[in-house]
Each structure stands twice: as C-alpha cells, then as structure tokens.
Design a protein around this ligand. Structure first.
Ligand code: CP
Ligand code: NVA
Length: 338
C-alpha cells in the first residue's frame, strides 16, 4: 500500500489502512517537530500552491510544512494566475507538471482538482473544493485520536450544512474508520443520496454507523464529538444568509447541546468560526439579522471542551505527512525512526 506518487483528492480513494498510515506518519512528524529534529525529507523539491479561494490554515500549513520538508513552495493567489481565465485547467496542469514535483489546489468543483491530477503527471493535493476537504479530516482524526486514543466506534455529530465539503468529508472519513457519524440538521441539508449510498457500502465493511437525524436532543446524546462549520461557505452567494439563518439556528452548538451530549464530549470546528462579533462578517450579520453568533456560541467555543486550536495545529502535521508520503518512496519514509 505505497502512496508514493499518488494524489490526495478525496478520502473515498483510500483504504482505512492507508488513512491510518498517513495519521501515523503525521504523528511521527509532529514528534520530530516538537523535539526540534530536522529531517528535510523532500529536500530539493518544489511545489505549487494554487488558491482560488482565500485561506489562513491550509496555506500556512502547506508553506510551513514545505519549509520543514526542505521544499520550495510557490503560492498562486486567487487573482493573479492565468488559470481558468486565459488558460484551461488542462493546459495549466501540463505547465505546472513540468515545473513542480507536486501541486496543491484549493477552489471550486472537485472535477477541477481531479483534472489537475489527471493531466499534470505529479501528485495533486486537494486543499478544499466545494465537495470535499480531505486534509482537514486527517487533522480532525489525528486530534480525535490524541484526545480519545482511538477513532473506532466514536460518535461524531455534525451540525449545520451537511451537504457541503465538511459534512461530506466527515461522513466519508467516519465511514472509512468505523465511526458513528450523525448528520444532525434540517433534512434539506442532509448529504446527497448518491454519496450516502457510497458511504453506506463502506460502512458495511468497516462496521461504521451513519445516521441522519433532525431532532437535536436525540442526535447529540452521548456524542464524543460535536462538529460544526460555517453556515455559508466560500463561493456561495450572500443572498442565502437569510434562509440559512432561519433553517440552521436550531442546529447551533450551544451550552445546552454540549450538556445534553455529556462531559466526555469535545467541540470541534474546522475554522474560521463565527462565535462573536469580532469579524467583519459577524458584525454585518448582527446588524442585518440581530444575532451575535452563528453556528456556535462564544461560551462553547471558549470552553474547556473545545479543542479547535489543537485541531488547527494538526493541519500542519497532517498536511506535511500527505506531501511526504506522496513525494518520497517507502525507503525514505522508513528512514524516519518513530
Ligand atoms: N480550515 C481551513 O481550511 O481553514 P482555512 O480556510 O483558513 O485554510
Ligand atoms: N465549508 C467551509 C469550510 C472552510 C474551511 C467553506 O467551504 O468555506
């Protein structure tokens, strides 16, 4: 199960053993980083970081990871490359593939990242598309493992828009790793039936359980993790705010929700989060709709049960593992002692 030269586009493409292997390497690389041991596993390589949407964590994780791996990153921002505007995805892929050892892509449709991988001839890593955010899930799972010791059997409840990249990817990840996934939301926001069917098939083999529940009290009881994300994602039109607020306010993560879940429960969020009025969008929404938080209350976000910053840090270690495992052969990876 070598992942050398493979792309990382969505978790559906990987076996549970391969996902475990990436998490294990992330954990080793994290220990190296904490001890200050340099390794420069990918010395001399160069990678392109293509961002058609904005980012803090993902971009920083890729850039810092490149430095730790001894690689040179070239960042292409959402406006200044020719991609899509004057040059097709296929042509861009063939150009980047001639210059770089790997390509990260954050942007819109999953078909774009798939085409980049198909045409470039080098490993491509999905840094978020409308459909999937797989590097985020690796960070989330490393964090859950660190806090609970295991993934298998853990109950993860996702509240909010479960049809988009985060809901989809968490459902796939939980199915792969034999977890108990619950989408707790208004039924308009359940993942699409085709993806649910694919995940049900995976779940049959791994022992995972998938549920889709509108009742908050029932869904969140005894949850190990309650997870949420913004109600309106990057690239969506601002006109959807009103409907989202009306539909998803009953699915906000509040102190009552956490209490109903129990003391063992941890709060997770991929971030950025709207939990107070210290953001431009937060203030705008407050002025228009009179709400001082959106998907999570400030109390839950700042509580001891919240592990969102452990999760954010783990973006670095897991993204580093994904680049290393796809750019280095097995021998090179094995040279890192645990
Ligand atoms: N969670 C996440 O992907 O954050 P950024 O949008 O800041 O990269
Ligand atoms: N669903 C969010 C995730 C951000 C990390 C978005 O796509 O904007």
């Amino acid at each position: 199960m070598s992942l050398y030269k493979k792309s990382f586009l969505k978790l559906l493409d990987f076996t549970p053993q391969e996902i475990e292997k990436m998490l294990e390497l992330a954990s080793t690389l994290k220990a190296y980083k904490k001890k200050g041991i340099a390794h420069k596993l990918c010395e001399g390589k160069s990678v392109a970081l293509v961002f058609e949407k904005t980012s803090t964590r993902t971009r920083c994780a890729f850039e810092v990871a490149c430095n730790d791996l001894g690689m040179h990153p070239v960042y292409l921002d959402p406006k200044s490359s020719q991609m899509g505007k004057k040059e097709s995805i296929a042509d861009t892929a063939r150009v980047l593939g001639r210059m770089f050892d790997g390509i990260e892509y954050r942007g819109f449709g999953q078909t774009i990242v798939e085409e980049l991988a198909d045409k470039s001839g080098v490993p491509v890593w999905n840094g978020l598309t409308d459909e999937f955010h797989p590097t985020q899930i690796l960070a989330d799972f490393l964090t859950i493992q660190e806090h609970f010791g295991t993934l298998k059997g853990k109950k993860l409840v996702y509240m909010g828009d479960a049809r988009y990249n985060m809901g989809n990817s968490l459902m796939v990840g939980c199915a792969k790793m034999g977890m108990h996934f619950v989408a707790c939301t208004n039924k308009k926001y359940f993942p699409n039936s085709e993806l649910i069917a694919q995940c049900e098939e995976v779940a049959c083999a791994t022992g995972a359980k998938l549920e889709f529940v509108e009742d908050v009290e029932k869904a969140t009881k005894n949850a190990d993790v309650i997870y949420t994300d913004v109600w309106v994602s990057m690239g969506e039109d601002a006109s959807v705010w009103q409907e989202r607020i009306a539909d998803l306010t009953p699915y906000r993560v509040t102190e009552a929700v956490m209490k109903n879940a129990g003391e063992q429960c941890r709060f997770m969020h991929c971030l950025p989060a709207f939990h107070d009025l210290n953001t431009e969008v937060g203030k705008e929404i407050y002025e228009k709709f009179g709400i001082d938080c959106m998907e999570v209350t400030d109390g839950v976000f700042e509580s001891k049960q919240s592990i969102v910053f452990d999760e954010a840090e783990n973006r670095l270690h897991t993204i580093k593992a994904v680049m290393a495992i796809t750019l280095c052969d097995e021998e090179k990876i094995a040279s890192l002692k645990k």
